[in-house]
Design a protein around this ligand. Structure first.
Ligand SMILES: Nc1ncnc2c1ncn2[C@@H]1O[C@@H]2COP(=O)(O)O[C@H]2[C@H]1O
Length: 864
C-alpha cells in the first residue's frame, strides 16, 4: 500500500518489469481521494453521505456521484451511455496505472473546472425531455441557453461559443443536420461537444440514423429520457469524458504550437528511431522536412555517428533518460553540427518505451562549425548564437527572442527561406550549392537594384569616352578631394513679377507650331527660337490646357501661367543643355506618352497633371554641373543633401519652395489636404526617379512587372494580358517613373536633327564642366569629355548601347510607340557613319548641322 502523490490517498503498488513501483487503481470506494485528474476517489470525504445527497453543487460531488452511478445507475437500455461510463472508468484506471517515469503531468488548457460550462439546448418544441435536461444542467451549474430555431441556435452559438450543444433531433421539420454542420463550420467549434437527442427506436431500428447524425458532426447520440437523474448522469459523463477530451485536444494543439515556436530542436521517434515528429526549429536548422522524414531513421537522415545512437539507445531501451553530445549532419551540405542532446523514453501503451523524445539545445551548437555554413538563415541564427562577446548569454537570448517575436517579415526573409529549401533539395551537388550560396549572398545585399558598372566594363568597351560617360552617370558621387569655392545660381529669378499685360497673347507662328505639340517630331528648337528662349511657358500652357490641368487641380489658368513663368525663370538659360528648353522637351515627350491609349487607361486626371508638372520642373535650378561636381566642390547643395541625390533632391525641393512661396503661383492651393499630399508625392517621386544612379533599379522594377511573358503576353498589343499588372498604385508609380525617365533621355529617339542638337548641347555642357574642374583643380569627373579630343559620335553610340536601347525597348513594349525605336536605330547608324567619317568634335558636328541636317534648327544653333 502506498499513497497518491497528489492527495495522499491510499493506493496499491505493484512491482513492474523495471523494478519500478507502479500504482494500481483502488477499487474500494471508501479509499477514494479527491485529487481530480490522476487520482480517483477521496480519503477524506464520506462517500455514503455524498451518494445520498440530492444536490451536486461541487466538482467534488460530481466526481463522487460519477463513481456511484457507475455502479448503480446505468440505464440498461442506453448502450451508448453505459459504454461511455465504462470507458470513463477504464481511462481513469489507465491514468493511474500507467503513470511511469516518462509520464508528464499537465494541466488542461480547458474551461473546466474554473468557469461555468455553457450549454445550448436546441429543442424545436420544449417538452419534458428538455425540462429534465434543463433541470439537470441547472443542478450541475451549467450556464444554460435555449433556442427553438436553427438560426436562433446558430446566432446563440456564435455569440457565446458553448462548450456543449444538445440538439433535439426527434422533431420532424427541424433540419438538425444543417444546424450541426453550420456549427461545425464556425471557427473554434472543434472544441465543442454536440449531442443529438434521439428516440429509443432510432437504436432499435437500424444504425443508419445514428451514423448519419455522427457524420453531420454530432459527437454522439443520447436516448430521450425524462428522468432527471439519468440526465444528471449523462451531463456528468459528458463533462468528464467528452469535454475533457476536447480540452486535451486543445492542450495538444497548444503544446504543438509551443514546440513549433521554441528554439530548441525537438524530434520524436518510435522505438526503432524512425521519425514521427519534428518541430519547426528542427526543419529550419537541419534542412529537413517533416513529411520527407516520416518513416526514415535518425541514422539515415540526421545523426552522423551511429555509435552515439547505440550509446543513447542502450539507455532509452531500458526506459532511462540519456543526455550527451550528438553529431548531426545537415542533409544537403553534409555539414556537421555538434549539439547537446537530451533523450527521453516515452510509452504510449504499456510500460516499454514506444517512443523517444530527443531535444537538441541550440545554445550548445558547436560554434566551430559555424564557418562552414555560408550566408543562410541557418548561419545567421547560428552566427547569432556565437555572440559570446556580449558576455551575458541571458541577455543575448532574450534580445534574440524579442527580435524573433516581432511581427515582421520582409520578402527577402521568405526568399532566403525558399532558397534554403532549394539548397536542401539539390543534394550533394557542390557546384550547385555554391551557386545557390552566391545567389543568397547577393540577395542579402541591401541595395538589390543599385547597379554598379560591371568590373569588366572597361574591357567590354574599348572607348574611354563611353566608359567615362556611363560611369559618371551610374555611379554615386565620389568623395570630395579638393575644397573649392562653389558657384551658386542667383535666386533673384525665383521672385515672381506679375505680367502687366495679363495672359500672354500667342503669336500666330507659335500657335501654328504648337498645333503639332503632341507629335513626336515636334520641333522644340524652333519653339525656343520663336519664344526667345521661353518655350516652357508657351508649350506648358498649351499642354496644361490640352490635359485640362486647371480642372484636375481646381486651379485657374492665370495661376498655371504664373507658375510656368516662375519655373521657367528658374532654369538657367546659360546652360547649354539643362535649361528650360530641355524642361519643355521633357514635358512634350511626357505629353506624347500620356496621349497613348495604354497610358490613358491607367492615368487619373491628377496623375496626368502631376506628370506634366514634374516633367516641367524636373531639372529646376540645374547648375549645369553634375552632382559629382557639386560634391567635389563642396557646394552647399551637396552639403545640404549629404552628397546623396543632390541635384534631384534640389529640383524637387525647389519646385515646392517656389510653388508654395507665392499664392499667385500656387497651383495646389485649391486642393484638399489629401489630394495635395498625393500630388506632392507624385511630383517628388517622379523628379527623384530621374536620378541616373538609380537607372537600372527603376528599369529592372518596371521590366519585372510589365515586361515578363505573363504580363505583356507573347504578342505586344494583346490587351487582355497587357492590362493585368497595372491596376495597383505601386505599379502605376513604376509606369510614371519610367515615363519621366524615358522623357528625360528621349533625345536619342527623336528625329536626327533634334537628336544631334541635343547631343551637341550635352557635350558642350560636359566640356564646360571639365574646363571648370581643371580650372579649379577639382577631380575631373569625365576626363574624356574634353573639347580637344572627345568623340561625340562615340559618346552617343555608348549612351545608346548602355542606357537607351534596353530602356526604350521595354518602354515601347509597354506603350507601343515603334517610332521611338525606329528613330533610335536610324540615329545610331548615322552616329556610326559620323564616327567613321571622323566627324567627332563639336566643330565637326556644328558643320554637319549647318550642311546636311535640316536648316530649321540652324538659327537656334547660331543663337547658342
Ligand atoms: N544624348 C546624351 N548623351 C550623353 N548623355 C546624355 C544624353 N542625354 C542625356 N544625357 C545624360 O543623361 C542624364 C539624365 O539626367 P540629367 O538630365 O540630370 O542629365 C542627363 C545627362 O547627363
Amino acid at each position: 500500500m502506498s499513497n497518491c502523490e497528489h492527495c495522499g490517498s491510499p493506493i496499491l503498488l505493484n512491482k513492474d518489469n523495471f523494478g519500478v513501483s507502479t500504482p494500481l487503481y483502488e477499487t474500494d470506494e471508501s479509499s477514494s481521494s479527491n485529487c481530480g485528474w490522476f487520482c480517483f476517489g477521496s480519503k477524506k470525504s464520506d462517500p455514503t453521505k455524498r451518494s445520498k445527497s440530492p444536490e451536486f453543487p461541487t466538482e467534488l460531488r460530481e466526481a463522487r456521484y460519477q463513481r456511484r452511478t457507475i455502479q448503480f445507475e446505468i440505464d440498461p437500455n442506453s448502450t451508448v451511455f453505459s459504454r461511455r461510463l465504462h470507458s470513463t472508468v477504464s481511462s481513469s484506471i489507465l491514468k493511474v496505472s500507467k503513470r511511469g517515469p516518462n509520464e508528464t503531468k499537465y494541466g488542461l488548457i480547458s474551461p473546466t473546472p474554473k468557469h461555468h460550462l455553457k450549454l445550448l439546448l436546441v429543442f424545436a418544441h420544449p417538452d419534458p425531455v428538455c425540462d429534465s435536461l434543463s433541470k439537470a444542467a441547472d443542478k450541475l451549474g451549467f450556464e444554460i441557453t435555449t433556442s427553438n430555431t436553427n438560426i436562433g441556435a446558430l446566432d446563440e452559438y456564435q455569440a457565446k461559443s458553448h462548450d456543449l450543444v444538445i440538439v433535439d433531433t426527434r422533431a420532424k421539420n427541424f433540419d438538425n443536420d444543417l444546424l450541426c454542420r453550420s456549427i461545425r463550420n464556425t471557427k473554434g467549434s472543434q472544441h465543442t461537444v454536440i449531442i443529438a437527442i434521439v428516440r429509443k427506436s432510432a437504436f432499435e431500428r437500424d444504425d443508419v440514423t445514428i451514423a448519419s447524425l455522427l457524420e453531420s458532426g454530432f459527437n454522439r447520440c443520447l436516448i430521450e429520457t425524462t428522468n432527471v437523474l439519468v440526465c444528471v448522469n449523462e451531463l456528468i459523463v459528458l463533462k468528464h469524458c467528452d469535454l475533457r477530451t476536447m480540452a486535451q485536444h486543445a492542450t495538444c494543439q497548444a503544446m504543438y504550437t509551443a514546440l513549433d515556436k521554441c528554439r530548441d530542436l525537438v524530434i520524436v521517434t518510435d522505438d526503432s528511431y524512425k521519425f514521427q515528429y519534428m518541430n519547426a526549429a528542427c526543419e529550419r536548422q537541419l534542412g529537413l522536412r517533416q513529411e520527407d522524414t516520416i518513416g526514415k531513421t535518425l541514422q539515415e537522415q540526421l545523426v552522423y555517428d551511429t555509435v552515439q545512437i547505440n550509446t543513447m539507445g542502450s539507455s532509452l531501451l531500458r526506459a532511462r533518460e540519456w543526455s550527451g553530445p550528438m553529431t548531426l549532419k545537415r542533409k544537403s551540405t553534409q555539414e556537421t553540427i555538434v549539439s547537446n542532446c537530451r533523450a527521453v523514453p516515452f510509452s504510449c501503451a504499456g510500460r516499454m518505451p514506444t517512443h523517444f523524445i530527443l531535444v537538441f539545445d541550440t545554445n550548445s551548437i558547436d560554434p566551430s562549425n559555424l564557418s562552414q555554413s555560408r550566408g543562410s538563415i541557418h548561419s545567421i541564427r547560428r552566427g547569432s548564437t556565437d555572440v559570446r562577446s556580449i558576455g551575458s548569454d541571458y541577455l543575448r537570448r532574450t534580445s534574440l527572442a524579442k527580435l524573433n517575436a516581432l511581427p515582421l517579415e520582409a520578402p527577402i526573409t521568405k526568399i532566403v527561406g525558399l532558397i534554403d529549401q532549394i539548397r536542401e533539395n539539390v543534394g550533394s551537388n557542390g557546384q550547385l550549392v555554391q551557386l545557390i550560396d552566391k545567389v543568397e549572398d547577393i540577395l542579402k545585399g541591401s541595395e538589390l537594384y543599385v547597379s554598379h558598372v560591371k568590373e569588366d566594363f572597361r574591357m567590354k568597351t574599348d572607348e574611354p569616352v563611353v566608359s567615362d560617360l556611363i560611369t559618371a552617370l551610374l555611379s554615386k558621387a565620389p568623395q570630395p578631394t579638393v575644397t573649392a569655392s562653389s558657384r551658386r545660381s542667383s535666386n533673384d529669378s525665383s521672385v515672381f513679377r506679375p505680367s502687366r499685360t495679363g495672359l500672354i497673347k500667342v503669336p500666330a507662328a507659335i500657335r501654328d507650331l504648337l498645333d503639332t505639340a503632341l507629335m513626336w517630331e515636334f520641333d522644340i528648337f524652333k519653339l525656343e527660337d520663336l519664344t526667345r528662349k521661353r518655350p516652357l511657358q508657351h508649350l506648358g500652357m498649351n499642354l496644361f490646357n490640352h490635359f485640362d490641368v486647371c480642372g484636375a487641380l481646381n486651379c485657374d489658368e492665370r495661376t498655371l501661367s504664373n507658375w510656368l513663368t516662375v519655373i521657367e525663370a528658374n532654369y538657367h538659360a546659360e546652360n547649354s543643355y539643362h535649361n528650360s528648353t530641355h524642361a519643355a522637351d521633357v514635358m512634350q515627350a511626357t505629353a506624347g506618352f500620356l496621349e497613348k491609349e495604354r497610358m490613358k487607361s491607367i492615368m487619373e486626371p491628377l496623375d496626368e497633371a502631376t506628370s506634366l508638372i514634374a516633367a516641367a520642373a524636373h531639372d529646376l535650378d540645374h547648375p549645369g554641373k553634375s552632382s559629382a561636381f557639386l560634391t567635389n566642390s563642396n557646394n552647399p547643395l551637396a552639403i545640404l543633401y549629404n552628397d546623396v541625390t543632390v541635384l534631384e533632391s534640389h529640383h524637387a525641393a525647389m519646385t515646392f519652395k517656389l510653388t508654395l512661396g507665392d499664392e499667385r503661383v500656387n497651383i495646389f492651393k485649391n486642393l484638399d489636404r489629401d489630394t495635395y499630399k498625393l500630388a506632392r508625392h507624385n511630383v517628388i517621386d517622379m523628379i527623384l526617379a530621374t536620378e541616373m544612379t538609380k537607372h537600372f533599379e527603376h528599369l529592372a522594377k518596371f521590366v519585372n512587372v510589365f515586361c515578363t511573358r505573363s504580363s505583356v503576353g507573347s504578342e505586344i498589343g494583346d490587351q487582355s494580358e497587357d492590362y493585368a499588372p497595372i491596376l495597383t498604385a505601386e505599379n502605376t508609380t513604376l509606369v510614371k517613373r519610367m515615363m519621366i525617365k524615358c522623357s528625360d533621355v528621349s533625345n536619342p529617339t527623336r528625329p536626327l536633327r533634334l537628336c544631334v542638337e541635343w547631343a551637341r548641347r550635352i557635350a558642350e555642357e560636359y566640356f564646360q564642366q571639365t574646363d571648370d574642374e581643371k580650372a579649379r583643380g577639382l577631380p575631373v569627373v569625365m576626363p574624356m569629355f574634353d573639347r580637344q579630343c572627345c568623340s561625340i559620335p562615340k559618346s552617343q553610340i555608348g549612351f545608346v548601347d548602355y542606357i537607351i536601347n534596353d530602356m526604350f525597348e521595354a518602354w515601347n513594349a509597354f506603350i507601343d510607340m515603334p517610332e521611338l525605336l525606329t528613330y533610335m536605330r536610324q540615329n545610331y547608324i548615322r552616329w556610326k557613319e559620323f564616327d567613321e567619317q571622323n566627324h567627332t568634335t563639336l566643330n565637326d558636328i556644328q558643320k554637319l548641322q549647318a550642311t546636311i541636317l535640316a536648316p530649321s534648327i540652324t538659327s537656334s544653333i547660331k543663337s547658342d
